[in-house]
Design a binder for this molecule. Structure first.
Ligand code: AMP
Length: 286
């Protein structure tokens, strides 16, 4: 297999993209933080259904980590990532340095509201500002026709949809359903942090989420259903539940019951590992 070309600078990225454009190709961008798994590769595959070429970025973005979070020990495996990307037909890997993305004197920030409020925005206040910054930069650097994101990070997806609309960034934001392990656990680069025991316990998150989504779809008041689900997670050794909430599927405003397309979102801890997941909840007709 031919080695995947790697762009390290904005200039190299732009040269690669310009060559594709000159040949008349449409382009999809898949932003990631690396340590790639099947979930990320599903985004690349979706990109290739929509566009002629896919560029994937691998950048562990310091501005979205709080000081006590795992920036330094976040898993990194560029050679492995490049091999996986090439195997699914990705045409270019963009792996800039921190200095390239945030050169000396960098001082610009993006302020968010709406879908960034509450949920992970309440527990990781730094995160979405950093995500918005890096995604805006990547979109302006690569200027793709499509940008592909996972529903695994559903709040992030809605933040980016809103951001690109609000800032008139000419790109189609596309969401891809969550890719799961056989027992339902959403694939995540951070699943590597789970001990064998925690990994076994982790499957309860998806099970509880699925049951709860089915119960909520009937339209009953969410309060009691969510209380029961949280008690179940606590009994299944989740040490802390940051949130389990029902929200409007688009705006992410809180919902008391399912009367229109909704999303059930959860963040819960197993030991030192924080897992997030979410499912759609459509009202049952009739
Ligand atoms: P990350 O590298 O974890 O920041 O994720 C990069 C992109 O991959 C984001 O758009 C994620 O939502 C997406 N992603 C991560 N895990 C999954 C998964 N299990 N299924 C689908 N997309 C995913």
């Amino acid at each position: 297999m031919v080695a995947l070309p790697i762009a390290r600078s904005v200039a190299e990225l732009r040269a690669g993209v310009a060559a594709w454009r000159q040949a008349g190709a449409s382009i999809a961008l898949v932003p990631t933080m690396g340590a790639l798994h099947e979930g990320h590769l599903a985004l690349v595959r979706r990109g290739l259904e929509l566009a002629d070429r896919v560029v994937a970025s691998v950048f562990v973005n310091p501005t979205q980590f709080a000081p006590q979070e795992d920036f330094d020990r976040y898993p990194r495996d560029e050679a492995g990532d490049a091999g996986k990307l090439a195997s699914v037909g990705c045409g270019l890997l963009y792996a800039p340095t921190v200095g390239e993305m945030y050169p000396e004197g960098f001082c610009t920030a993006i302020t968010l509201g709406g879908p960034a409020e509450g949920l992970c925005g309440a527990f990781r206040p730094q995160m979405f500002g950093g995500v918005a910054l890096v995604v805006t930069k990547l979109l302006l650097q690569a200027q793709p026709d499509f940008a592909i994101f996972g529903e695994k990070d559903y709040q992030q997806l809605q933040v980016i949809r809103r951001l690109t609309r609000d800032l008139d960034i000419p790109v189609r934001v596309v969401g891809v359903p969550t890719v799961r392990e056989a027992d339902g656990l959403a694939m995540s680069s951070r699943n590597k942090y789970l001990t064998a025991e925690e990994r076994a316990d982790a499957s309860e998150l998806y099970r509880t989420l699925s049951e709860t989504a089915a119960a909520l779809a009937e339209g009953a008041p969410a309060g009691a259903i969510l209380e029961r689900a949280m008690a179940k997670l606590a009994a299944a050794r989740f040490s802390k539940i940051d949130y389990l909430e029902l929200r409007d599927a688009e705006t992410l405003l809180p919902l008391q019951r399912v009367s229109r397309p909704a999303r059930l979102l959860v963040a819960a801890w197993l030991g030192a590992v924080r897992l997030i997941d979410n499912l759609p909840v459509e009202p049952v007709l009739g």
